[in-house]
Write a protein that binds this ligand. Sequence first.
Ligand code: FPP
Length: 224
Amino acid sequence: MNPLNHVAIIMDGNGRWGLRYKKSRNAGHKAGLSTVEKIIKETIKHKIKFLTLYAFSTENWRRPKKEINYLFSLLENFLLNKIDDLNNKKIKLKIIGLKNFSKKLNKLLNDSEKKTFKNSKLQINLALNYGSKSELINAFRNLKKSKKKINEKNFKKYLQTNEIPDPDLLIRTGNTKRLSNFLLWQLAYSEIFFEKKLWPDFNERDYNRVIKNYKQIKRNFGNI
Ligand code: FPP
């Protein structure tokens, strides 16, 4: 059975779910946040050490202002209300992506990271204003500047996921089969599961089924 140390998730389908059931995309994001909470609990049950969630991409800035504002207000409230709970559960929060938000939000993100820094039960990497191509370009730039030898080992040190093992498993919900500029380097050997359900409908049973199927895959990393 395959060990499972790191799960990454592209939580797609909130907008469609909201429009279908509540006539508003934002209602889908709110429902999506409940799924996030369920999946965190289940991840702990499985003793998985890393969970990376794609919450906002660099491309998501193209969305209407009203939706962007709503997403960030959800995030703010989530951190304000739940960070102590996460901390009590010994969860470490790390933000990956460019933290160039308002002063207030940057502070909240930094404080949340600091508060949970020493925890080691589960690390949640929240990808916020994250784009893999710009992460790669920055890494190349910094490696070149360092004058160190250009090889995989040195390159990885300049990624934002430095010190995080690559995902074993990527799940994308929402019946779309693409990577959307998410962890392009890190997913090189991950097992990928595309799920038909929209993110707010994805539940513990679905997650457990994916994990069970993942564990039965023969992973050979290019070997035979
Ligand atoms: C993609 O669905 C989802 C997002 C861009 C945002 C994800 C946010 C959440 C799950 C809630 C907030 C999470 C935290 C941790 C505060 P989409 O809107 O692209 O859906 P669509 O493809 O149906 O339009």
